[in-house]
Design a protein around this ligand. Structure first.
Ligand code: SF4
Length: 380
């Protein structure tokens, strides 16, 4: 477990001190380099880098266009189930929340895929809560088998699985897996995850090693910004991405920047002081630019959690992949309901409105950049 071992060796208190001690000179040194080290990344996300945001944005924009061209990948999340056997105090699907629980049948999933295809999407992210006994491998296999012909790139964000399970799903057509660590601080992690298998910090941390060993095409990582010290979690995310690239170079890496959002639910869910560690929009932009400058090859993803205005600005800097017109409850595309969302969405624009904004920024929309799974073997 090479990636997890590297992450475990880090001293988070030392990282916090290092970031906060960075000076303007450190930022200038970082910006003068063509290849940055982790210390330089710390400088770029430090308070000392705030006056350099414009320089960072210019550099991030240039690197993104060099590596990814004038393009923006578009995908959509498909929520299959809101069943969950975990207690995560920041999430609307948390086990103790008294909400109607649903898991889509195969027919209902096909209706969702049909609605999604009609919207123009063929890159799809399957999302579930984490409920192994009711929404486990058997269900995933059935769903993938049923929808694979209508999806050009298939991603998944479900409970962490073991290596053989990832290998099995890959043979069925799974391309990418997202496992967000939420926070890299074991103590913060245990505060927020109070029941269920998700309490196992190490099982989650070792997921990228299992994904790399299984040869999954893309590994998605990220921290839920606002749970812990966002700067420390971001340094760990940057190291996480780099370490995956070093050890599992066959896999691509994508980094997401979810910020904590309000969610409905019981009083427990609403009881956390969410503003304590939350980066503001300017700091989030600084973070996106820093990741791009540090790691020109990582894909950077932004969801509809953020506002339309923010997303329109970020798409010209480092972001290479976006969701649009997302529904975060099962069945939300074919049968919009009042069911509880996992979290609040801020960019509520239609697909065509998002596409127009992307074009207005001089970018092409990429709906499919791979041959559909069923055609891949025939093409070689
Ligand atoms: S964050 Fe995931 S695991 Fe935790 S309660 Fe929500 S759906 Fe379940």
């Amino acid at each position: 477990m090479k990636v997890a071992q590297t992450l475990l060796q880090q001293d988070l208190s030392h990282i916090a001190l290092s970031v906060n001690s960075k000076t303007a000179r450190d930022v200038e040194v970082a910006l003068s380099k063509s290849v940055l080290n982790l210390d330089d990344f710390m400088a770029l996300i430090s308070p000392a880098a705030t006056p350099y945001l414009e320089n960072m944005a210019t550099r991030a924009h240039t690197l993104t266009r060099q590596r990814f061209g004038n393009t923006m990948q578009l995908f959509v999340p498909l929520y299959l189930s809101n069943l969950c056997a975990n207690e995560c105090t920041y999430c609307g699907f948390t086990m103790s929340n008294k909400i109607k629980r649903t898991t889509l049948s195969i027919n209902e999933t096909l209706e969702e895929i049909n609605a999604i295809n009609t919207m123009g999407f063929s890159q799809v992210l399957l999302v579930t809560g984490e409920h192994e006994s009711k929404v486990g491998m058997h269900y995933f296999e059935q769903v993938i088998d049923a929808i694979r012909d209508n999806v050009s790139y298939l991603m998944m964000e479900v409970q962490p699985l073991d290596c053989t399970e990832y290998e099995k799903l890959k043979t069925l057509g799974l391309d990418a897996v997202l496992v967000y660590q939420e926070t890299y601080s074991p103590s913060y992690y245990s505060n927020y995850h109070t029941r269920g298998k998700k309490q196992d910090f190490m099982w989650r941390l070792e997921a990228s090693d299992r994904l790399g060993q299984a040869g999954i095409d893309k590994i998605g990582i990220g921290a839920l910004l606002g749970l812990g010290n966002w700067r420390v979690d971001s340094v760990m995310t940057a190291l996480h991405a780099q370490t995956i690239q070093q050890h599992y170079w066959q896999s691509r890496v994508s980094i997401a920047f979810p910020r904590l959002r309000r969610c409905e639910g019981n009083s427990e869910v609403g009881s956390i002081d969410r503003n304590l560690n939350l980066p503001n929009e300017r700091q989030l932009l600084q973070l996106i630019c820093a990741h791009r400058i540090y790691n020109p090859y990582a894909e950077l993803t932004l969801s509809t959690r953020e506002s339309a205005k923010f997303r329109d600005g970020a798409m010209t800097l480092g972001i290479t992949s976006m969701s649009a017109a997302s529904q975060t409850q099962p069945g939300g595309y074919s049968k919009p309901t009042q069911a509880l969302n996992q979290f609040d969405i801020d960019d509520n624009r239609t697909v065509s409105e998002v596409v127009n904004a992307i074009h207005a920024n001089g970018l092409d929309t990429i709906w499919q950049d791979w041959l559909p799974f069923q055609l891949r073997d025939k093409s070689v």
